[in-house]
Write a protein that binds this ligand. Structure first.
Ligand SMILES: [Zn+2]
Length: 287
């Protein structure tokens, strides 16, 4: 075990508790099984790598809350029974490990080759981020949908608009949105997707409420500008940003403070944009 994986063990996330349990079991079983278990643990870790950090999604929810119309606010309060958008922002990731919800896993991203736009690509038969967002809106607007379904798809929508603004969720298929671009983050193995999902946000150390409230007040025009455009325009914008993000590293590169210094403002911008646009989508959906 390396020093960094030992540090990893003391972090109180579900995955690490799981690792502790599995490692403990591994110790009391013969060595051969121990290695099989280690292999399983590494796969669990991978499963956890493929989404925007919990903090990032909560910031998007919290910022959106500040820009809702009264009508949307009331409808959302009713559907979520008082839970905030930040509180439900990670729901779509939390249900990922449940087999019953496997069919939604392709909704978290959309892969587009560079030089192409969404309209030109062959669509994923299991769905994608764009189809996911549109389905959520349809179900919520449908008068015949049950309250339970509306709440489910509302939670999903909050999450997906967040994913849409993480450029690596709109990256290339061949490297799984940067998951196969191996890097080091402060001496520890990571990949480009994870740097953008969580490494930079977690390194920053601010809570989601701190992040969501530190933005300078925006004028009506600024808000309008951010909210302008269609869903496909926003996809295209993230896709162009993804191109810059790919170009920002070489495979195997050792990243640390300098990378955050260069890109942190972009992360903040994306989270804010995600929130302001989520509000636009919800205001329109509940109008
Ligand atoms: Zn996601």
């Amino acid at each position: 075990m390396t020093a960094s994986s030992a540090i990893n063990l003391i972090l109180p996330s579900f995955n690490n508790v799981l690792k502790l349990v599995v490692l403990f079991l591994g110790k009391i079983i013969v060595m051969k099984n121990y290695f099989i278990l280690l292999f399983l643990v590494s796969n669990f870790t991978f499963a956890n790598d493929i989404y925007w950090s919990k903090t990032g999604h909560r910031v998007v929810g919290e910022v959106a809350e500040q820009h809702l119309t009264k009508k949307a606010k009331r409808a959302i309060e009713d559907l979520l029974e008082g839970e905030s958008l930040a509180a439900v922002a990670n729901f779509a990731d939390e249900i990922k490990s449940d087999r019953a919800y496997r069919k939604f896993s392709a909704w978290h991203y959309v892969n587009i080759p560079f030089g192409k736009i969404y309209a030109e690509i062959e669509k994923n038969e299991y769905g994608d981020l764009v189809q996911g967002v549109n389905t959520c809106i349809e179900v919520i607007k449908d008068e015949n949908s049950s309250k339970e379904d509306k709440a489910f798809y509302l939670k999903f929508l909050v999450h997906l608009i967040g994913d849409l603004h993480q450029p690596m969720h709109v990256g290339r298929a061949e490297d799984k949105g940067g998951n196969d671009v191996q890097l080091q983050w402060f001496g520890k193995g990571t990949n480009l997707h994870r740097v953008w999902d969580s490494n930079m946000i977690d390194e920053n150390g601010m809570s989601f409420t701190e992040l969501a409230t530190e933005y300078p007040e925006m004028s009506k025009q600024q808000i309008k500008f951010l909210q302008s455009g269609s869903l496909l325009d926003w996809v295209e914008e993230s896709h162009l940003l993804a191109e810059q993000v790919y170009a920002s590293v070489e495979t195997g590169e050792k990243l640390s403070y300098r990378y955050s210094y260069d890109w942190w403002h972009t992360v903040e911008d994306q989270l804010q944009k995600g929130g302001v646009r989520l509000a636009a989508v919800l205001n329109e959906t509940f109008k």
